[in-house]
Design a protein. Structure first.
Length: 109
């Protein structure tokens, strides 16, 4: 958010924060959410770059298209293991996974 807009909102009594503040997440919970979001986004980007459909990736994972959609949406019902399996099925290396996590949004301390 731009500084000017933030200042105007705060001047009118609004409290500006982020989702972690609103949900009262601990630093660990926030880090986990941000990591899962970064990995899920990486799955979608890799799949799209390879020209694969969600159904094609699902076949590689022996799963369903709807499950791949949930992976890419960072649905809380999807395990981190499945997100990682999807990345590896798309040819990602451990270094690629680390890079995806580093590219994620920084977590406030």
């Amino acid at each position: 958010m731009k500084k000017g807009k933030r200042a105007r909102l705060e001047a009118h009594g609004w409290r500006v924060g982020n989702a972690a503040d609103f949900l009262e997440l601990s630093a660990e919970e926030s880090a986990l959410v941000e990591t899962k979001l970064a990995l899920s986004e990486s799955v979608r980007e890799r799949r799209s770059k390879q020209g694969l459909s969600q159904a094609e990736l699902a076949k590689r994972l022996k799963s369903s298209q709807s499950r791949v959609a949930k992976i890419e949406a960072a649905d809380p019902s999807v395990s981190t293991d499945l997100v990682l399996r999807a990345l590896f099925a798309l040819g990602a290396t451990r270094n690629d996974v680390a890079s995806a996590i580093r590219k994620g949004r920084p977590v406030a301390a």
